[in-house]
Design a protein around this ligand. Structure first.
Ligand code: SF4
Length: 465
């Protein structure tokens, strides 16, 4: 089936990581532009495989290029609603190609081709061929397929606009429904290949954390292939509507996670938050010093006020772990009226990158918009606190009520939090640890999971060395 392709194509290559030293070229990602788009259309020219722009042989080793992956499919039983779910399979199937690495989804894709593949004669047209064959094999409903790989910058820019329009259309449809309007939610285990205990729960209000699949997409996918990775979840008894806890969700997640996750709150990052694989578009993180929540998206390249970038933060909550105080989420979920509703929604958000904030201007309550600091206003927890006080953010009222504000003392002369001296009330947790191993006596090791650390007093001093 893949005889024309000079590298092996098989699921065993999924999970292959191509580090910078072994890479021939990189595509899209944080330093360029790119997108992938699946479209169900009429009149597909079956077998139309093209590279529009430079091929690998015309590229310079070590350089970064834009990339568009445009796939058009046709089939008597193919519905438009299947576009999102089939598009999401591009990630997994691309990674079957030895020497081709594909990360993320939609306009967040990030790909690399290895030097080894290039030396073996691999070209982008082979990638188009592999993708078309794998998609047809995976989805027998596809009768005709065309795959165009775009590397010309102007073409990719135009394609990006088309792709974003299509994503917006899909997302806005799902916004017309609410969790209460339906009897079934959907689950997805597509990412269990690399996060074996992770189960996504997709509801009208909670688009999947990869941002690529909404409730309608799941409905179409589950109808097409009831035994596939996307399946129905009967909501069952509502245990807590505010937190978003449902009997049916707990039962299904427990079963599909092999008993690892027994309870899930769909709309809170405390106690039993939704797990994450690693494909999320953003992370919400608890800031215990101010009892507020920060948001950071994948595109943000700077440091969060916690002194770590998105990538480090992402490592805290990926891999299917349930980590209180952290969740991976989609940008679309931030547009839902149920966005972290049990925690206070935007009333509790105390930091987010400027670009993300501006993109959500329509969805952040007007009276809060100017009260939420960005990287331009605050680079440390101390800066955030000042900004919140100056702008009368509602979280300060909350802190005052619990008398914790008076307990937080911040030392002057730091902009990264490394020089903090904080004294807190005994009742306030100062850290959440997903896992901590402590040596015990007599060869016993104590492992604390999802530990909350409480302290009467915490003093953090800058190391003079
Ligand atoms: S992130 Fe979730 S919804 Fe998206 S493909 Fe992975 S498991 Fe499915």
């Amino acid at each position: 089936m893949f005889e024309d392709i000079p590298v092996d194509v098989s699921p065993m290559h999924e999970g292959e990581r191509i580090r910078a030293a072994k890479m021939f070229v990189e595509f899209a990602g944080p330093k360029s532009i790119g997108a992938e788009l699946m479209q169900v259309v009429d009149n597909v020219d079956d077998g139309d495989l093209k590279v529009i722009g430079p091929e690998l042989k015309d590229m310079k080793e070590g350089e970064i290029y834009p990339l568009g992956i445009s796939v058009k499919i046709q089939g008597g039983k193919l519905e438009k609603e299947l576009e999102g779910v089939i598009e999401r399979r591009i990630h997994e199937l691309s990674n079957y190609v030895k020497g081709f690495m594909h990360l993320n989804q939609r306009d967040q894709i990030w790909c690399r081709v290895s030097k080894e593949a290039h030396e073996a004669g691999f070209k982008l047209i082979h990638f188009a061929e592999a993708l078309s064959l794998l998609l047809k094999e995976d989805f027998p409903l596809i009768e005709k397929i065309s795959v165009n790989i775009l590397t010309d910058e102007i073409e990719v820019e135009k394609f990006l606009l088309t792709a974003r329009e299509a994503y917006d259309y899909r997302d806005s449809r799902a916004r017309e429904l609410s969790d209460e309007d339906v009897d079934v939610f959907y689950g997805c285990t597509m990412c269990q290949s690399f996060a074996p205990t992770h189960v996504c729960v997709v509801t009208p209000d909670r688009t999947a954390l990869c941002g690529a699949i909404n409730w309608f997409d799941c409905r179409a996918a589950a109808r097409m292939d009831p035994e596939g990775p996307v399946f129905e979840i009967e909501k069952g008894e509502v245990i807590d509507s505010e937190k978003g806890e449902y009997y049916g969700v707990n039962t299904t997640v427990s079963e599909k996670s092999q008993g690892t996750t027994e309870r899930v709150y769909l709309h809170s990052l405390f106690e039993y938050p939704h797990t994450a694989c690693g494909c999320f578009e953003a992370v919400a993180f608890y800031i215990p010093e101010l009892d507020g929540i920060g948001l950071v998206n994948r595109d943000f390249r700077g440091q969060t006020p916690m002194g770590i970038p998105f990538s480090t933060m992402a490592g805290q909550c990926s891999g299917g772990k349930q980590v209180e105080g952290f969740i991976g989420l989609s940008i679309e979920y931030m547009k839902s009226p149920k966005f972290l509703q049990a925690d206070g929604g935007y009333q509790r958000i105390i930091w987010m990158p400027k670009e993300l904030k501006e993109s959500l201007a329509e969805f952040i309550p007007e009276e809060l918009f100017d009260k939420i600091p960005t990287e331009e206003d605050a680079e440390s927890i101390k800066d955030i606190k000042r900004f919140l006080i100056d702008n009368q953010h509602p979280v300060m009222e909350r802190l005052n009520e619990t008398k914790e504000l008076d307990e937080v003392e911040l030392v002057e002369g730091t902009n990264n939090g490394s020089n903090l001296s904080i004294e807190e009330d005994q009742g306030a947790p100062i850290a959440y640890l997903p896992e901590m191993s402590v040596p015990g006596t007599d060869g016993v090791r104590i492992i604390l999971k999802n530990a909350k650390v409480y302290a009467e007093k915490v003093i953090i001093k800058k190391d003079k060395k």
